[in-house]
Ligand binder design. Structure first.
Ligand SMILES: Cc1cc2nc3c(=O)[nH]c(=O)nc-3n(C[C@H](O)[C@H](O)[C@H](O)COP(=O)(O)OP(=O)(O)OC[C@H]3O[C@@H](n4cnc5c(N)ncnc54)[C@H](O)[C@@H]3O)c2cc1C
Length: 382
């Protein structure tokens, strides 16, 4: 078994780490406080080719792999987790769905600008009545001649509020073609600016201030038949297939943020003196740090294994769920321990650990809660 990264993967990791240390981490506090999207940072990420790592050059990518993509997501999230979320939703979910299930015209129109980072994508699965039970979709799509007419509401949609978000890929219920058969869920590409598609309020969130999360409202929204994505009746399965990669991405984001907690804790524990010694010399503190480091390394190995299986065309449902569940829960523990190691300063906004604490919990919710990961794991072990 060879655990070494390839030259290209190592290059991606090093380049992203350097970029984060120079251009992202020093600005992260200010960005979070302002709650505005850092378009300038995003455009530099696009220039560095980050959004297109796993796609071939013909579709605007760099022909890399999903291991490389996730090393990039980990490093970016070490600096600012919402930028990791931007890569997760745009590359791992939306662009991948276009790449795997799209027709060539759809790839030309939407995948290429997305892989080049010129446009951003959003995916719309969650609805007021369909959260963990995502198959309970109530949004409908009805065929009228050469158009589909969409009605319904999607909620908590990441990225859609960004000015360069081009499309949202949604699931919607359509009538079965044959008498006596059940309705099916299909997938549709809805460009921003389509009449009948509007954004609801921007959510007032506890963290992730920059991810421009909104409701998407569809009222007799007409899209061309050409915007139907993938195979008839397979829309839900398509969405779930790319969400599997999304779970690997959430694991990489969790590892990145936990690594930031570890680095902040190490620095603080070496500098802070109590009882005449740096607090690192107290075993109660250094044991916390040792546990953090060990769990981070374990979680990193788990997401890399899931990404490697994906790159090698092997099943990875179970490994993606293990990684997502373990890494997101691990990240919360690291954020809590980092907060405690900082004592009262952990509660102060000027210390990054307060931001990590606010931003970690949601990693256990998005792209399937911890309970849903346990359901997936249980089902696959039966
Ligand atoms: C910041 C943010 C960004 C998001 N971005 C997107 C996005 O871009 N696109 C998108 O489509 N969605 C997005 N979501 C939605 C997210 O995926 C859902 O919030 C998540 O799947 C949980 O759904 P819910 O909130 O309706 O909770 P519910 O499904 O109502 O769950 C509530 C609780 O019940 C538990 N539960 C539910 N069913 C079961 C069960 N069968 N067994 C055991 N426990 C169960 C859950 O684990 C949870 O603890 C986002 C959410 C947030 C907060």
């Amino acid at each position: 078994m060879d655990f070494r990264l390839t030259e290209e993967q190592r290059m991606i990791k090093d380049m992203t780490r350097k970029f984060v240390d120079e251009a992202v981490a020093p600005k992260a506090e200010e960005l979070e406080a302002r709650g505005e999207y850092p378009y300038e940072i995003m455009s530099r990420m696009a220039d560095l080719g980050m959004m297109g790592i796993p796609f071939p050059a013909q579709y605007g990518g760099s022909g890399g792999d999903w291991v490389g993509m996730h090393l990039c997501i980990e490093e970016i999230s070490r600096g600012e987790v919402t930028l990791g979320g931007l890569l997760d939703v745009t590359t791992s979910v939306v662009a991948q769905e276009l790449y795997v299930f799209g027709k060539d015209e759809q790839k030309q129109k939407w995948l290429i600008p997305m892989a080049r980072g010129k446009e951003i994508g959003a995916f719309g699965l969650t609805e007021p009545e369909a959260g963990s039970d995502a198959g309970a979709t109530r949004t409908t799509a009805v065929r009228h001649g050469e158009e589909w007419v969409i009605n319904g509401t999607k909620q908590f949609i990441t990225n859609i509020g960004l000015s360069n978000a081009s499309i949202v890929i949604i699931t919607a219920r359509t009538k079965a073609r044959r008498e006596g058969e059940k309705d099916v869920i299909n997938t549709f590409i809805v460009p921003k600016g389509t009449p009948g598609f509007s954004l609801g309020k921007k959510y007032d969130k506890m963290g992730w201030q920059q991810s421009a999360t909104h409701e998407c409202i569809f009222e007799d929204c007409r899209i061309p038949a050409a915007n139907f994505l993938g195979k008839e009746g397979k829309g839900f399965a398509q969405h779930l297939a790319v969400l599997e990669t999304g779970r690997i991405s959430i694991s990489a984001m969790s590892v990145g943020m936990a690594q930031a907690c570890l680095e902040a804790s190490l620095k603080y524990a070496r500098e802070r003196v109590q009882f005449g010694k740096p607090i690192y010399s107290f075993q109660a503190v250094s044991f916390k740090i040792a546990d953090m480091a060990m769990h981070i390394e374990l979680s990193r190995n788990m997401y890399l294994k899931a990404a490697w299986l994906k790159d090698n065309g092997m099943p990875h449902t179970l490994e993606a769920a293990y990684a997502k569940l373990f890494a997101s829960e691990m990240c919360e523990r690291c954020a809590s321990d980092a907060f405690e190691i900082h004592g009262g300063y952990g509660f102060m906004n000027e210390y990054a650990v307060s931001r990590y604490y606010k931003n970690c919990k949601i990693l256990q919710i998005v792209e399937g809660t911890s309970e849903i990961q346990r359901l997936v794991i249980g089902r696959n072990l039966q």
